[in-house]
Write a protein that binds this ligand. Sequence first.
Ligand code: ADP
Ligand code: MG
Length: 192
Amino acid sequence: MDVIQVKNWLDLFTIKINEEKAYLSDLDSAIGDGDHGMNMARGTTEMMVALREKDPQTVVDVFKLAGMTLVSKVGGASGPLYGSAFIGMAKAAMSSDELVTILKAGLEGIQKRGKAEVGEKTMVDMWAGAIEALENQQLAERIVEISEGSKDKIATKGRASYLGERSIGHLDPGTISSRYLFETMLEAGVTS
Ligand code: ADP
Ligand code: MG
């Protein structure tokens, strides 16, 4: 991956999130407080402004600035979680240019911050599933199926966990915004 591709990736992600803002908030209305689209749209737009203003020149600096902006500008749980992911990715990118290694560090950042394990109906499931599929060269074909898997799960972390079994049958909003992150990654040609 090079810095141009990564910037393009984050541009495409910001556009996609803003296009799907209402849908993401609808998903969050069913099992949370209805602000996920708003949180992510605000965060990614601020991220884009910061990237334009500071114009970082390395992959490490792009991820670092993206992460710091998301942590500081988003009120909901998702800002610090995505922010921790990008900060983890920045650290990994200092010593590796391997996509899988970098994404694993991102997932680790999310789990350090949010303490969720795989299977708790959070974005962690999407990240873990996407990384595994990427390792098997099956990300593009399996990505939707992986995200749909969140429907059958019971939420045991985050706001949706207050609903217990009533969270079954609903997609997890953070899983869907994370799916957009990985879809736009592929679209930008970041594949290794
Ligand atoms: P809030 O829950 O504060 O309203 P958002 O609505 O923006 O924040 O984000 C909700 C999403 O965050 C969930 O759909 C879930 O994927 C993710 N999430 C919540 N708590 C955790 C956690 N502890 N670990 C990982 N992801 C989490
Ligand atoms: Mg919410």
